[in-house]
Design a protein around this ligand. Structure first.
Ligand code: ZN
Length: 162
């Protein structure tokens, strides 16, 4: 299962060749390592969509790279990787699994019945810190009895290091 970029989540941008962390992305805002935010330069760049692809767009000069899943390929052909990190504890999000499931199920029903007004609900569900279970892929037939997600069909997006 290819993991995709989630605008509401947090990532480190890692250079694969030497493991150096080049920067962090929090809710679509890119901050390069070593660049201190100030009034003139409060952030290094943003993650935005260009030609239907996500790209890290720098404030200073052009595009750092385009996303392919969680991989970032720069103009020079260098391979960088987004590594998801836990969100700050004080961020407000739909982090209760039972509430998340309820919202998700309601969103699905509304979608299946062709309701046009689910955009906000959909956004709320998409912004929650959960991912589809990698073991059962939230498949109706497999989720039940799945050890990975305890039958829920989803798992926490990042498990904080113990
Ligand atoms: Zn599962």
């Amino acid at each position: 299962m290819t993991r995709t970029y989630k605008p509401a989540a947090c990532y480190e941008l890692v250079r694969l060749s030497d493991g150096v962390v080049l920067g962090r992305i929090r809710r679509g805002v890119y901050q390069a390592t070593g660049e201190t935010p100030c009034n003139v330069q409060p952030y290094s760049g943003t993650v935005c969509q260009i030609d239907e692809r996500y790209a890290i767009k720098l404030r200073s000069a052009g595009v750092l790279g385009y996303l392919d899943g969680l991989q970032v390929v720069t103009d020079h052909g260098e391979c960088l990787q987004l590594r998801q990190i836990p969100r700050p504890w004080n961020w407000e999000s739909l982090d209760d699994p039972d509430a998340y499931r309820a919202f998700r199920d309601v969103a699905r029903v509304l979608l299946e019945t062709g309701r046009p007004d689910i955009k906000r609900l959909d956004l709320k569900v998409a912004a929650a810190p959960f991912d589809t279970c990698p073991a059962c892929n939230d498949h109706y037939g497999f989720a039940e009895g799945c050890v990975e997600c305890a039958g829920r069909g989803f798992v926490p997006e990042v498990v904080a290091p113990a």
